[in-house]
Write a protein that binds this ligand. Structure first.
Ligand code: ASP
Length: 456
């Protein structure tokens, strides 16, 4: 039974300890053998007699020994436990390891990424990747603590659901019980969180998985990502922005104290200004690119609609549930769609879009009109969104919210080159999952049950 992490051995000088872990390295000095033992928390030097020679790198072992202070000149300042070593009294090999398929003693950037993903369980043994997962865990925990303190409750929403538009393609899942019908995986919990506002939850959040079938891009993981999804009733754009500013300030100070947030509250730039000054709606406004500076800014006043040339119709810049700004409603009436601004806000960090949200439409008539502008017929609106419109007829509080892309946020804070460096098992940008190598063929029997025929 393991009840001590290697990092805790420094406080146990003179005591007998029992350790479990992997052989990180072995140094054979004939009669004396050194084994560096590694667990999640770090590495410690152990020393014993010739019997230790049977241990090989990456074997899983149990070691019992006495913690000894090292003489001053043998202290290794490079490791946390460098001031001690363990004098081995007893050991056991719990599992042998064959030579690893990929090296793990470097940062790993130099190794072919497909190979790293194929052997992700080995890749994650490297210190950098463990550190990233640990930061991610602590970051998420601090977020949950903050949201809880502010009175938000975490509610889970379905993964097998109906399409909800966020501007990407849906992943669809065939139904066995109703052949010919399909679920969609949620591009976001958008409609559910709005339904939770109708339900009177008032302050909702969720660390939620979202699914979008988007075209491959080098710096992205394919298919799914994790977001902090937030919705609040009786709110304003200013209140949501300041909630997120306070959240980020608190958790970054706690988890990444070496990082400095440049300008607080975050600067606000209108979409028009951003395009004019930076030719981008996610500008990098840093003056100096210091790796420890985090420069956030808000982009507001986006146009509500954009013209989709390929589909010959208007689409929502954010999503169709976003409210136009009140003062622009007359423009909407007049059909001047390009001039209508949305009550929307995007969050940008060092030139990366890390979040976005809006105040929502709660008037069923206005919501129907927006869908119609986007080219839906009345019948389609009823089929696709009738549930939401009906819900709004039973007393809907005004509400708004936001979602932060947590993979991207952690990546940028840790200065990693890709989100895949901060996800345990990311899919490759080409769309194959790590280790398990999905997608794959299914049995003929399964297809039959679903009433599906593959057309070659
Ligand atoms: N549902 C939006 C998204 O996933 C965020 C929001 O409007 O709250 O981007």
């Amino acid at each position: 039974m393991k009840n001590l992490f290697i990092s805790q051995t420094i406080n146990k000088i003179g005591q007998e300890v029992e350790l479990y872990g992997w052989v990180d390295s072995k140094r054979d000095h004939k009669k004396v053998v050194f084994i560096d033992l590694r667990d999640r928390s770090g590495v410690v030097q152990t020393v014993g007699n010739e019997k230790l020679k049977q241990l090989n790198t990456e074997d899983v072992v149990y070691i019992k020994g006495i913690v000894k202070k090292r003489p001053e000149k043998l202290i290794n300042p490079k490791i946390k436990t460098g001031s001690i070593e363990i004098e081995v009294k007893e050991f056991k090999i719990l599992a042998k390891a064959k030579p690893l398929a990929i090296p793990i003693n470097s940062d790993g950037y130099e190794i072919d990424e497909d190979n790293r993903l194929k052997y992700r369980y080995l890749d994650l043994r490297r210190q950098r990747m463990k550190k990233n997962l640990m930061f991610r865990h602590r970051f998420f925990k601090a977020i949950r603590d903050f949201m809880d303190k502010q009175g938000f409750i975490e509610v889970e929403t379905p993964i097998l659901t109906k399409a909800t538009p966020e501007g990407a393609r849906d992943f669809i899942v065939p139904s066995r019980l109703q052949p010919g019908n399909f679920y969609a995986l949620p591009q976001s919990p958008q409609q559910y969180k709005q339904l939770l506002m109708v339900a009177g939850i008032e302050k909702y959040y969720q660390i939620a998985r979202c699914f979008r079938d988007e075209d491959p891009r080098a710096d992205r993981a394919y298919g799914e990502f994790t977001q902090l999804d937030v919705e609040k009733s009786f709110t304003t754009q200013e209140e949501i922005r300041s909630l997120i500013e306070d959240l980020l300030k608190e958790v970054i100070e706690k988890i990444f104290p070496e990082k400095k947030i440049f300008k607080f509250p975050f600067p606000i730039i209108t979409y028009q200004e951003a395009i004019k000054k930076y030719q981008s709606d996610r500008p990098d406004i840093r003056q100096k690119k210091d790796p420890n500076t985090l420069t956030f800014c808000w982009i507001i006043d986006f146009p509500c609609f954009e013209w989709k040339e390929t589909e010959n119709r208007w689409d929502a810049t954010h999503h169709p549930f976003t409210s136009p700004k009140k003062e622009d409603l007359p423009l909407l009436e007049k059909g001047e769609y390009t001039k209508v601004r949305a009550d929307q806000y995007d969050l940008v960090l060092n030139g990366f879009e890390v979040g976005g949200g809006s105040i929502r439409i709660t008037d069923p008539t206005l919501q129907t009109k927006i869908f119609e502008i986007m080219g839906h017929t009345k019948k389609q609106v009823k089929e696709k969104f009738g549930h939401l419109l009906e819900a709004f007829s039973y007393g809907v509080p005004p509400h708004g919210g936001i979602a932060l892309g947590l993979d991207r946020l952690v990546q940028v804070i840790l200065n990693e080159p890709s989100v895949r460096e901060v996800i345990a098992f990311p899919a490759s940008s080409g769309g194959r999952t790590a280790v398990m190598n999905a997608p794959s063929l299914v049995e003929e029997e399964q297809l039959k049950e679903l009433g599906i025929k593959i057309v070659k």
